[in-house]
Design a protein around this ligand. Structure first.
Ligand SMILES: Cc1cc2nc3c(=O)[nH]c(=O)nc-3n(C[C@H](O)[C@H](O)[C@H](O)COP(=O)(O)OP(=O)(O)OC[C@H]3O[C@@H](n4cnc5c(N)ncnc54)[C@H](O)[C@@H]3O)c2cc1C
Length: 331
């Protein structure tokens, strides 16, 4: 049976969603026709981790456990995985396109002398008796077109895939086989972590926000109003690249191809034209409300509610309404 391996990223002893998203999507696409193997490198694991990977579709779970694998380390992680692949190469190996995944994947592909498609946003497979072929699609040429890339002459066929694109689907009736492998490595890491410090900001990560109040160049001088609106609805402020490039908002607020992919319940886009690079990061939002003075703005193509008007007039009115609603609710 053909085999796909999926790297399961963990941080601070917590499995990160992207690995589970990749398990769920490959299971959805290939059902039980292919064997899925989750690869977890960690210093310790528990039954909850195994259940999560199993319920999301892993038929096999390979765990390499060692104190040196507690935190991500380029040397240890890349050697541990290439060592696993020396005995047994899967047809396909998928990794989340996170900071760690983007560091890890090219090192593994270079060591194994195989191809890698980076930053894919869509996966497809062709399964025949002879082989399993991966089609990884990603924005190309400045985001002006989507390219589907195949690397069919070497194995594993590798791709990194952006987080938050696919839904996690659990099925509690699934079972899996767990294989614990030793961590045997001659190399020593050149990196020593002396201390770790969390950045002191209370912002919720954009891909976890339920309501997003986003602004573009058309409202670049209205971000204090956008922040008020976000506060009133318990949401998060986001921005287009025009705003981030102008240093009005920070990079962690950027939505789109080079920023975060989001799927909130509500996405309010004001003064955003709707370039493909922005749309590709927010078009899966449940309800999109767009405010733009240009009736031909591309953002209206994906909007559920289109408000063709000056945001400078609309947003203060929305703010007053929300304030009144809030006051009403608290009385
Ligand atoms: C490789 C590459 C990657 C990129 N990645 C990203 C990305 O991740 N995210 C991203 O956002 N962009 C990205 N871009 C940039 C993208 O192509 C656009 O240039 C950018 O999204 C435009 O931002 P904007 O919509 O805020 O500005 P503009 O395109 O200038 O649009 C401003 C809009 O505001 C409207 N407007 C003006 N005044 C008002 C008003 N008073 N009220 C209401 N509406 C008003 C205008 O009608 C216009 O539609 C990328 C580009 C490249 C080449």
């Amino acid at each position: 049976m053909r085999n796909i391996w999926i790297f399961i990223e963990q941080k601070d002893r917590k499995i990160q969603p992207v690995g589970l998203e990749l398990l769920s999507e490959t299971k959805r696409l290939l059902k039980d026709d292919v064997s899925l193997t989750a690869i977890l490198l960690t210093n310790t694991h528990d039954q909850k981790d195994i259940d999560l990977m199993t319920y999301c579709g892993a038929n096999n779970i390979i765990i390499v456990e060692d104190e040196r694998l507690k935190d991500y380390d380029t040397t240890y992680y890349s050697h541990a995985i290439t060592n696993l692949m020396r005995d047994d190469r899967p047809d396909v190996f998928l990794i989340g396109s996170t900071l760690e995944g983007r560091d890890l994947a090219p090192r593994i592909s270079a060591r194994l002398n195989t191809g890698l498609t980076a930053d894919a946003t869509k996966l497809d497979f062709e399964l025949t008796e002879e082989r399993l072929k991966l089609f990884a699609t990603r924005p190309a040429l400045g985001g002006n077109l989507f390219a589907t890339i195949i690397c069919e002459n070497t194995v594993p066929q590798m791709a990194t895939i952006r987080p938050s694109i696919f839904a996690i689907e659990e099925n509690k009736s699934r079972t899996s086989k767990v294989i614990i492998k030793p961590f045997e490595i001659k190399e020593t890491s050149k990196v020593q972590i002396l201390s770790k410090e969390k950045l002191a900001h209370k912002k919720v990560e954009l891909n976890k926000a339920q309501v997003i109040i986003a602004g573009g160049r058309g409202v670049s001088n209205m971000f204090s109003t956008l922040k008020d609106l976000a506060y009133l609805v318990g949401g998060e402020v986001a921005a287009s690249r025009a705003v981030v490039d102008a240093n009005i908002e920070q990079k962690d607020r950027l939505v789109g191809q080079t920023g975060t992919t989001v799927h909130p319940k509500v996405y309010l886009a004001s003064g955003i034209s709707g370039a493909i690079q922005h749309i590709s990061g927010m078009d899966k939002s449940e309800l999109i409300i767009a405010v733009n003075t240009d009736p031909n703005a591309l953002i209206f193509d994906v909007a559920d509610v289109s408000i063709i008007a000056d945001a400078k007039k609309v947003l203060p009115l929305v703010k007053e309404e929300l304030k009144a609603l809030r006051a009403y609710k608290t009385h």
